[in-house]
Design a protein around this ligand. Structure first.
Ligand code: F6R
Length: 357
C-alpha cells in the first residue's frame, strides 16, 4: 500500500495535518499573544514552568533555546510539588492545554497560596476558570487538538514572553522568514514528496521493529530528544527512550553490556548540534564509534540536516522538532496504527477520577 493510502486508512483524526500546521499555529499565536504580559524574572532567579506531557514540551524547548543567553534559570515542574524556593517574588507559569490536568491544577493552587506572580497558558477548562478567578495573566489558545499536536501554539506563547523580556531576539520580519524556512523543511519530508530522499520516511521504516534510544548533548537538543521519545510513544505506540550526554557516559553506557538479542533490537539515534559543548561533541564521537557496532541499527542526525549550515538556533530546533514529529506519524501509519488515540493515558485519568468519587 502506498504511504498516501496508509495515511487515508490509519490516520483517521488527521494527526498529519496537525504536524503540517506547525507554522500556521506559530503564526496564529505570534499575532495574538502581544497582550500576554508577565513580569520578567529577575537576574539570578528561577522561572518555574508547570506542565505535564505535551503541555510541558513547549517549555522544555524554550528552556534549551534561551539557556545560553538568560540571566535567570528555567525550572520545569512536572509533578505535584512547587519547589520550596517559589515565593511571592517568583514568576510561575502554569501550562495545561486542556486546563484539566490534576498536577497543574495542584501547582496552580499552590502558586496562588504563595502569592507568586502567575501566568497561565490554556485553552480553558478548570485552569482557565481558576485563572480568571485569581486574576492571573492568561494566554488563551485555541482548543480542540490533542495537546501534543498543539506544540506550535504552546511553544509560541512562551517564545513571545522570552522575546518581550529581551532574552531571545527575533523581529517580526525574522519570524516571517523562520516560518518560510519551517514550511520548506516540512515540504522536504511531506508524504509523497521525494520519498527516496525523504529523511523522515526513510528513518521511520527502520523504527518499526526496534526500540529507539535517542541520545543528545546537554544543550539545544536536550528537550528535542525527549520530544522524539514522547512522539514515538504517543503517536507511534512503541517503546522509546532518550538520554543525555555527558551524564549517560557515566551510567547508561554500561547497559550496552546487555544480552546480544536485546542489543540487536535497539536503534541508536544520535542528535547533534554545532553548539554542543566541544567536550560533549568529543564524547559523542567516541561513544558512537563504540556503540554503532553493538546496536541493531544506528544513525547520526545533525540539526542542519535540511541543508542550511548557517541556520540559527531556533531554526535548527524547529527542524529537529518537525523531523521527529513527522517520523512519529510515518511510524504510526507504517505500523498500521492510528497516531491520535491515547487510550492508556485517558484510562489512567479516568481511573483516578473514579477513585476520587
Ligand atoms: C496528549 C498528550 C499528553 C497531555 C498530558 C497533559 O496529546 O500529549 O501528554 O499533554 O496528559 O494534558 P494537558 O496537556 O491537557 O494538560
Amino acid at each position: 500500500m502506498s504511504i498516501e493510502n496508509r495515511f487515508n486508512k490509519y490516520d483517521r483524526s488527521d494527526m498529519l495535518e496537525n504536524v503540517l500546521a506547525l507554522p500556521d499555529q506559530m503564526r496564529e499565536v505570534w499575532n495574538s499573544s502581544s497582550d500576554f504580559i508577565l513580569s520578567r524574572p529577575s537576574a539570578g532567579s528561577t522561572l518555574v514552568i508547570c506542565g505535564m506531557g505535551g503541555s510541558a514540551i513547549g517549555a522544555v524547548l524554550i528552556r534549551d533555546l534561551v539557556n545560553k543567553n538568560s540571566d535567570f534559570s528555567v525550572h520545569i515542574e512536572r509533578g505535584y510539588l512547587l519547589p520550596a524556593y517559589a515565593s511571592a517574588n517568583s514568576t510561575v507559569i502554569c501550562v495545561s492545554y486542556s486546563g484539566n490536568t490534576e498536577e497543574v491544577l495542584t501547582l496552580f493552587d499552590e502558586a496562588v497560596q504563595r502569592g507568586c506572580e502567575i501566568g497561565v497558558i490554556t485553552s480553558g477548562g478548570e485552569l482557565g476558570r481558576r485563572a480568571a478567578e485569581a486574576n492571573a495573566s492568561v494566554m488563551n489558545i485555541r482548543g480542540g487538538l490533542p495537546p501534543r499536536a498543539a506544540i506550535g501554539l504552546l511553544f509560541t506563547s512562551l517564545l513571545r514572553l522570552v522575546v518581550n523580556w529581551g532574552i531571545y531576539r527575533i523581529t517580526d520580519e525574522e519570524f516571517t522568514e523562520l516560518l518560510k524556512k519551517a514550511r520548506f523543511i516540512i515540504k522536504e519530508i511531506t508524504p509523497g514528496y521525494n520519498s527516496k530522499d525523504n529523511l523522515a520516511f526513510q528513518l521511520s521504516k527502520k523504527l518499526y521493529k526496534k526500540i529507539p534510544l535517542i541520545y543528545a548533548g546537554d544543550g539545544l537538543l536536550k528537550g528535542v530528544s525527549y520530544r522524539w521519545k514522547c512522539q514515538f510513544n504517543e503517536n507511534g505506540k512503541i517503546m522509546a527512550y532518550s538520554n543525555i550526554f555527558p551524564e549517560l557516559g557515566h551510567n547508561e553506557i554500561m547497559g550496552w553490556e546487555c544480552p546480544d538479542n536485546i542489543k540487536k533490537n535497539l536503534f541508536l539515534i544520535f542528535l547533534i548540534d554545532r553548539d554542543d559543548h566541544p567536550k560533549v561533541q568529543k564524547r559523542m564521537q567516541v561513544t558512537y564509534s563504540m556503540l554503532e557496532k553493538l546496536a541493531g541499527d544506528s544513525v547520526v542526525i545533525d540539526s542542519s540536516w535540511y541543508g542550511n549550515n548557517s541556520g540559527g538556533r531556533l531554526e535548527r530546533l524547529l527542524s529537529m522538532l518537525i523531523l521527529g514529529d513527522m517520523m512519529s506519524v510515518y511510524l504510526a501509519v507504517g505500523r498500521g496504527v492510528d497516531p491520535t488515540p491515547i487510550e492508556k493515558i485517558e484510562t489512567i485519568k479516568k481511573l483516578l477520577k473514579m477513585g476520587e468519587s
